[in-house]
Design a protein around this ligand. Sequence first.
Ligand SMILES: Nc1ncnc2c1ncn2[C@@H]1O[C@H](COP(=O)(O)OP(=O)(O)OP(=O)(O)O)[C@@H](O)[C@H]1O
Length: 256
Amino acid sequence: MRPDIALAARDLRVALGGRDVLHGIDVSLPVARWTAVVGPNGAGKTTLLKALAHLLPASGAIELLGRPQAQWGARERGRALAWLGQGESGAEDLRAGDVVRLGRLPHQAWLAAPSAADAAAVEGAMRATQCWEWRGRALGELSGGERQRVLLARALAVQAPVLLMDEPLANLDPPHQADWLALVRAHVAAGGTVVSVLHELTLALQADDLLVVAGGRLAHHGACTDARTHAALRAVFGGRVQVHEVGGRWVALPGG
Ligand SMILES: Nc1ncnc2c1ncn2[C@@H]1O[C@H](COP(=O)(O)OP(=O)(O)OP(=O)(O)O)[C@@H](O)[C@H]1O
């Protein structure tokens, strides 16, 4: 048991539609760090995140906060790990406030009315992602970016120590991307853990660590500031990405 490890996988394998997609991944993601998962299209990033979140059947061993996944009850896991999926659909008729309230379900007894703590968590999360104003509007009436902020609020309302997010910045404009970065940093500074799949490599390089996935395997796991991580990034994209330091930040540009 390693309580300083938020998520650990050993020989993690996933097959989808009769095809092996993850080929035995070993990884340990430390508590109180933000890890970005990157790699080419079809590399297995979403599959890895879903398997870690217990959303896909997988073989191998997964531990959440030092305990085997199988030992977690569903509601208990739901309080410990919050999930934001990529391009989630459904619930179009639900009002934004009700969507965010769904994030509180793991905290509520069966059929119990929401508590004052639930209401405060929902309002806090919606204010943090600036969507409180349209809490009465239906999800289906919102723009892509507005909708993403509601779904992000739902994940934040869980108040889980471990946040897994697949393409959380999809459709967000630069100011709201910056807000997301600030939320992630605050979560990590408070001892929480964030694991996010990001296609935008320059944003991914703002994380603490990078998990570079290619062909269903882990190509590299290292600090975003480490030259070996930049080399791994270039390698999995066939040398067609350049990593530069600009104003004290790492920036990845297509080319080469
Ligand atoms: N339901 C499915 N049935 C069969 N194959 C699947 C299924 N879902 C995904 N795959 C395949 O598994 C591989 C990994 O998919 P995954 O979505 O994890 O990749 P990704 O790295 O997240 O890709 P992207 O960057 O394009 O979002 C891909 O080759 C994909 O075609």
